[in-house]
Design a protein around this ligand. Structure first.
Ligand code: SF4
Length: 496
């Protein structure tokens, strides 16, 4: 899909790790395929193979731009090249580092004094510019512009003797959001920052271990979910773990975890069939819709008019069901309808649309079912509004079908600040909430809707799970960043 077509925050990345499976690369491929929504710019897999004749391990690497299916379309990549029983993989959407530079496609690999090492990262380091500058001043040569590369250099330069201690030493120095998979010659290591911004889960398939950003990566290969990698935890998987069934769990340092899970994973990013931060995304998203129904009901001007509620496929499907269910529970009489049809076959079109189509790019992605919308009061439920361009075009599209009223409801608060932890929003001045000075009535007028209703931050937090003391990051809605940001980094990225 062309980058500008749909106005949503861009997701960070997906990571996968497989230990102890004869088809480790294929398993990684399928798990990456299931997590394509987390990154569509490029993909890479690295495997480790024991060369018995030479008495050493070899790393095999395949990385390229494109969707997962395109990157690995030649089957020989698996049969002839990506051999070995250990693998890590990465789907990329660049959050730090130039997107058109092939060297920025992960996993990154190096051969250093401790052997081969490869790394794949989901998140964004908040202090990488100062670390990079320090390392450059000391003579380190960087091959990429990605924040992730500093981790490899910190590992390679560590004074610790043991490789796991070297990794721990490096992770101790980085700040921000990181869910990592690291491949050494004979180990798979998974680690997560203290705040646990991004998800990372551990699974099993027979005797093999699997790590993935989202549990949909397990479902596709029939692996079972074991548990989440805990915030601030390093999990080491080796042959010992395979025999005992228990990987080693270490802390990155002695600091207690301060969980601040990214609440946007529940709002928009993760797939509804995934389990994130220990909870079903479908269930949480449904609850967001129910909470929105209580907080922002729609009252038609004429009580005799029929009210229908439509989803914006696919991201608001589940929340819309929750909205309808709760409205009717409260005595409302609304009907869930499929009023917008999404074309799944509009992929990466590079043919410029004609002028009249270009004015409403949403038309290339969605069409309306006129008979459903005509003469009814229509409530559109969406997950978020970023620049407002897509929402405005959706309202226009729906209005063209002849409804009596069009109301817009959102299962998130207004977005006002950039994300510093791995999600790509436009600059603050491009966000419609900032352009309208936070005036929700004005935003609604700008969209052309008869009314607009968001969730407040408090309502959003009430709807999110808290059973296990979960705590969430809401910085893109209120600017309260739970982990400090390197001053230069924040300035540069805010102005980008
Ligand atoms: S700023 Fe927003 S998108 Fe970024 S981690 Fe926090 S909640 Fe998630």
């Amino acid at each position: 899909m062309p980058k500008s077509e749909i106005d949503k925050p861009r997701c960070h990345c997906a990571v996968v790790g497989v230990f102890g499976h004869p088809a480790a690369a294929q398993m990684t491929y399928y798990a990456l395929l299931a997590q394509q929504h987390r990154g569509q710019e490029g993909s890479g897999i690295v495997t480790s193979e024991r060369d018995e004749k030479a008495g050493r391990y070899r790393f095999h690497v395949h990385r390229d731009f494109g969707l997962v299916d395109d990157v690995y379309k030649d089957e020989r990549i698996f049969t002839d090249h990506l051999r070995g029983t250990l693998a890590i993989g990465h789907n990329r959407y660049s959050t730090a580092g130039a997107s058109n530079n092939k060297t920025n496609i992960q996993p990154f690999t190096v051969l250093y004094k401790g052997g081969n090492i490869a790394i794949a990262h989901n998140g964004n380091l908040t202090n990488f510019r100062s670390i990079r500058k320090r390392l450059q001043d000391e003579g380190t040569i960087f091959q990429t512009t990605s924040d992730t590369e500093v981790i490899l250099h910190l590992i390679a330069r560590s004074k610790e003797k043991d490789q796991i201690d070297q990794i721990r030493d490096a992770l101790n120095q980085i700040e921000g959001a990181f869910s990592l998979v690291i491949l050494t010659d004979n180990k798979l290591i998974a680690a997560r920052d203290h705040a646990g911004f991004r998800p990372l889960a551990l699974g099993r398939k027979g005797n093999a271990f699997v790590v993935a950003s989202e549990t949909v990566g397990f479902d596709i290969i029939d692996a079972e979910y074991v548990r989440d990698i805990q915030p601030g935890e390093i999990v080491v998987i080796d042959t010992h773990a395979q025999k005992s069934g228990q990987p080693i769990s270490l802390r990155i340092n002695d600091q207690p975890a301060r969980p601040h899970h990214c609440i946007f994973e529940y709002i928009y990013f993760s797939r509804p069939d995934s389990q994130i931060f220990g909870h079903s995304v479908d269930k949480v998203r449904r609850k967001l819709g129910k909470t929105l129904a209580k907080a922002q009901p729609v009252v038609p001007k004429n009580p005799k008019d029929k009210v229908i509620v439509i989803n914006v496929p696919d991201s608001s499907n589940t929340a819309t069901m929750g909205y309808v269910q709760e409205t009717n529970k409260m005595g409302g009489k609304v009907r869930l309808e499929i009023g917008l049809i999404r074309s799944h076959y509009i992929g990466r079109t590079f043919i410029q649309p004609k002028q009249d189509v270009r004015e409403n790019k949403v038309k290339t992605k969605f069409n309306t079912v006129r008979g459903v919308l005509k003469d009814n009061v229509v409530v559109i439920v969406d997950d978020s509004i970023v620049r407002g361009t897509t929402s405005k075009q959706l309202v226009q599209l729906v209005k063209a079908a002849g409804p009596k009223e069009v109301h817009f409801r959102v299962t998130a608060p207004p977005i006002t600040h950039p994300c510093q932890y791995g999600m790509d929003f436009p600059t603050p001045r491009e966000l419609i909430a900032n352009q309208c000075g936070g005036d929700i009535k004005k935003i609604g007028e700008e969209l052309g809707a008869d009314s607009l209703g968001y969730l407040t931050i408090e309502e959003l937090l009430t709807a999110a799970p808290h059973e296990n003391g979960e705590n969430y990051c809401t910085a893109c809605f209120n600017g309260k960043y739970p982990v400090p940001i390197d001053v230069n980094q924040s300035k540069e990225e805010n102005e980008a």
